[in-house]
Design a protein around this ligand. Structure first.
Ligand code: IMP
Ligand code: MG
Length: 182
């Protein structure tokens, strides 16, 4: 077990658990996308770590592209306001698009993205999210096809997830101490 960062209250998922979940998701996607024209689209910057692992766990041919949106600023709460900061380089018309996300919370970011991407007429459009904060009484604006782990409604960092651009490089996922962001 890794030593915990002093700003992390407790670990949620360690390296080995993460790797096992990525393998499972990769196998599911490999099975579902046989003979399709798969394009993985990662949402920068949080999803890059998961993207790097997931693409290597998928065994069918694929292309990758990236988008950057801003919705959170430096804070810890979703504003619901989404702006495309970097658009795709690729044309996705007629292709099988899978959006790769680090974490699904309100789903407002993804709802906006899916609406935007579906107007470009992909053959299919789905979401693979590593974490889903689908706690009781909270409903996400979209329904992801692939979910890695369910996660409590705490602010989590590591494995690509940040708070004010920090902690993305932690190899595990942990709950940030509330005093760090309050
Ligand atoms: P949503 O629009 O509320 O679903 O927010 C999704 C985005 O908010 C994610 O892609 C993350 O960038 C960010 N986010 C939501 N919850 C957390 C968290 O607990 N830690 C770090 N980032 C988060
Ligand atoms: Mg993000």
């Amino acid at each position: 077990m890794e030593a915990l960062h002093p700003d992390v209250d407790h670990m949620l998922f360690d390296k080995e658990e993460i790797a096992a979940v990525v393998r499972r998701m990769g196998a599911d996607i490999t099975r579902d996308y046989q003979g399709k024209d798969l394009v993985l689209i990662a949402v920068l910057r949080g999803a890059v770590v998961f993207m790097g692992d997931l693409m290597r766990a998928i065994e069918c041919p694929l292309a990758i592209d990236f988008m950057a949106v801003s919705s959170y600023g430096e804070g810890a709460k979703s504003s619901g306001i989404v702006r495309i900061v970097k658009d795709l380089d690729m044309d996705i018309k007629g292709r099988d698009v899978l959006i790769v996300e680090d974490i699904l919370d309100s789903g407002l970011t993804l709802r906006y993205l899916m609406k935007n991407l579906s107007s470009r007429h992909p053959a299919s459009l789905e979401v693979a999210t590593f974490l889903w904060k689908d706690v009781a009484g909270k409903q996400a604006a979209i329904n992801p096809k692939y979910v890695g782990m369910h996660c409590p409604d705490d602010f989590v960092v590591g494995y690509g997830l940040d708070y004010a651009e920090r902690y993305r490089n932690l190899p595990y996922i942990g709950v940030l101490k509330p005093e760090v962001y309050s």
